[in-house]
Design a protein around this ligand. Structure first.
Ligand code: ADP
Length: 193
């Protein structure tokens, strides 16, 4: 079982993709989490990524790809995984497909798209910024930069995966438990696709 989660920042991707990973007993792989960890640990990757993350920009594809390749080659990722925050632009889609072929891994089964309107996510992001003060990428200017990049670079993936018949949409603007239940159906019901 392999899944990709798509959705704007603050849509609840992290919470919902982690819940699904726990339920299915497969690793939850978040490029944002991996990059933040690298940044905290001040690894060479983390130091480079920091320059982009703190401005709300995407980290260069080559860096993110090397990191994803490394993570997907680990033992716990051989039977399934959930990718959260990757791919994030059209180039990364093609790169992931190539990576999986190269690693002899089957492609992903579904792309779960958490749909939440922008006017709902902006206050959520500001709220998160207040709670997690260490997230330098959650201040108002950086938030609006990230939303802009999402619409320009990531949103086109929705249509692409729709065309590939891999996309399942879930209404993310409901009570958290209702979203969790819908995500579970989207991931497991045969007729959800
Ligand atoms: P959010 O979904 O709240 O924007 P993430 O935790 O997914 O945040 O990512 C935080 C930051 O890490 C992004 O703003 C970006 O700089 C970087 N990042 C995460 N995933 C990718 C990716 N696939 N490609 C490039 N940069 C990424």
């Amino acid at each position: 079982m392999r899944f990709i989660f798509l959705g704007v920042q603050g849509a609840g991707k992290g919470t919902q993709s982690k819940a699904l990973a726990t339920l299915l007993n497969i690793p939850h792989i978040s490029t944002g989490d991996l990059l933040r960890l690298a940044k905290e640990n001040e690894t060479p990757l983390g130091l480079k990524a920091k320059e982009y993350m703190d401005k709300g920009e995407l980290v260069p594809d080559a860096l993110v790809l090397a990191m994803v390749r490394e993570r997907l080659s680990q033992e716990d990722a051989q039977l399934g995984w959930i990718l959260d925050g990757f791919p994030r632009n059209l180039y990364q889609v093609g790169a992931l497909d190539g990576l999986l072929v190269g690693m002899d891994q089957p492609t992903y089964d579904r792309v779960i798209y958490l749909e939440v309107p922008d006017n709902i996510v902006s206050p959520r992001l500001l709220e998160r910024a207040k709670k997690e003060k260490n997230r330098t990428d959650d201040n108002p200017e950086v938030i609006s930069k990230r939303l802009q990049i999402y619409h320009e670079e990531t949103a086109p993936l929705i249509d692409l995966y729709k065309k590939r018949k891999l996309l399942v949409s879930v209404n993310g603007n409901q009570l958290l438990e209702a979203v969790t239940a819908d995500v579970q159906k989207a991931a497991t019901y045969d007729d959800a696709l």
